[in-house]
Design a binder for this molecule. Sequence first.
Ligand SMILES: Nc1ncnc2c1ncn2[C@@H]1O[C@H](COP(=O)(O)OP(=O)(O)OP(=O)(O)O)[C@@H](O)[C@H]1O
Length: 665
Amino acid sequence: MNTVLKRTASLVSRRILTASAQTLLHHFHSTAAAAANTTRNAETLFVNRFRSFASFPGSSARGFHAQSGPLNFRASPSWKAEYAIEDYDDEKGGDGLEISSLGIAPEIVSALKNKGITKLFPIQRAVLEPAMQGRDMIGRAKTGTGKTLAFGIPIMDKIIRYNAEHGRGRNPLCLVLAPTRELAKQVEKEFHESAPNLDTICVYGGTPISRQMRQLDYGVDVAVGTPGRIIDLLKRGALNLTEVQFLVIDEADQMLQVGFAEDVETILERLPANRQSMMFSATMPKWIKSLTQKYLKNPLTIDLVGESDQKLAEGISLYSIAADMHRKASILGPLITEHAKGGKCIVFTQTKRDADRLAYAMARNFKCEALHGDISQSQRERTLSGFRDGHFNILVATDVAARGLDIPSVDLIIHYELPNTSETFVHRTGRTGRAGRKGSAILIYTQEQSRAVRVIEREVGCRFSELPRIEVEGGSTGMFNEMGAGGRFGLFRGTPDRRYGDMGSGRSGRKGEYGFGRPGGNKSPGFGRAGSQFSGEMGGYGGPSFSRFGSNNWSGNLGGPAFGRPSGFGDSSKSDRSSGFGSFGPRRTRGFGGFGSSNPDRFGDNHSGQTVGGFGSFGSGRFGEFDENHSNQSSGTHGDSQSSHFSSFGGSNVDDDQSTGRRPF
Ligand SMILES: Nc1ncnc2c1ncn2[C@@H]1O[C@H](COP(=O)(O)OP(=O)(O)OP(=O)(O)O)[C@@H](O)[C@H]1O
């Protein structure tokens, strides 16, 4: 009853405040100069508050100077690492930065304390001051190092203060875009747990939209979501982004890949020009640099990874093991037993079908479940929470689980199939060794894939320790004898399946649907993979047929977006971005004045400059599944959405609430 009363009262007050905000908007339009002054004063306060960081214990040895922020990280607008790695190292394991002494809203401090978080991690420390100053930024730090709170703390703090001064509003002040439902939920949870008094919502597909519409109507401070559902809600008029002051694009390099970027832009066109925009990821391929200029204004780059160093979180031991294609399944059991040591393990496959089959087969000997994009959302959530809670210890997943997911005590990652890019390798591997913990990752490869393994080493700056081959007698011993020997599942042998015939195996002895041949070949006609199916298995890892796609994948940064840009972006962006949200911008952020008009121009340049790699022709096929709301892209030109587009781009796809198209993982 109390809750109902509270909510009703809050709703009334929100609506009154929305009306007041509109009055304010008008007021600020007519008193722009005064508002600008107010803003300057307000922001000076923020800056001053954070200037006090300079006197934190441990920082006094390094004097503050004009070129560096109070946190002693060097800053420059260039793409090069701006925050020296040695600074990062200095802080690691050191005294850290006591959150309680930073002047952050007490409710955040105590909520974080309840989560056992009392000191800032290096990326949080690096981001805090410029974020509080309202800077746009690109933040890069290794997996599991706390990027979520790096952007979360300053945003939550600012919103709490804003609400305290102006009351709560109906429309979100912060929008966080994430590529998968699971990650969106996790980010929203982190916001909610860290600032319980803020109203947060997670919007994503596979769940009833009406509930989300009701919650939005009630009023929210922070909206986190996947692009498809956000666009859907925008179209229905249920989501109003005109008051957004903080935009975060999490896993930015994935979100800005070909096809996905179009949805991101569709959303960005609905945001006010005066906002603070931040992009985060553990991987920032070079192509993203030019893209960011379209979305960010004079961004600061905070890069705690660096170009030449090892790009994986420390504490992760890396192993590789050679295995014949048809023996891979049978060595999984010994590997898990030996290396997971009873802890949690994620086995990554390339396709949803493979995840299902492998999980099915492994379930005979292990507690194990599959996770991929064709599983119903409710089951996905049950599976993930079961894994989190330790009800089962082995998750066989597609790359839907590669990014962002923060699951405690994952001790072992197995790349059952090679990832398509070194970035995906970094993210998959980063599901272990989080927040300073230790972990292991094992890459299973075939002889034909040796070259791809070396490429990963080079691009990621790592070195695998080679494990001795595991000989499974006749391919039929060990944990997965049925799989290996083709007994029950007829793996990789027997009469070629009509769908997997190119693998010469894949046909289940008893159940056709459990044939385990690698999809591809005649399932993905037109992708030129058949030639190497027998030798390269993965249709692109070292096999000759990979030349069309593979070289791009493994050249890492060539994987630039083709950017089939929706027409009219520039114009609509221009009008949206100059559409006068000064009432919020000047008050709470600053320096966005030039964004609206200059952005579309820059966009043009970027657009043409980004069409590298000749990927344009794949855009529609690959991203069909992403566009629930864009039927023109849902053509599904690829015969096998589970594999072909990954081979071409290697990136993880963005998951979303697609009801018609196919999701990649
Ligand atoms: N200052 C802190 N002290 C202790 N734990 C923290 C701190 N900040 C974050 N964490 C914890 O560290 C874990 C990893 O954080 P987070 O998920 O934000 O990492 P990430 O850098 O976003 O990783 P990824 O690149 O994989 O998305 C989480 O469990 C989070 O609660």
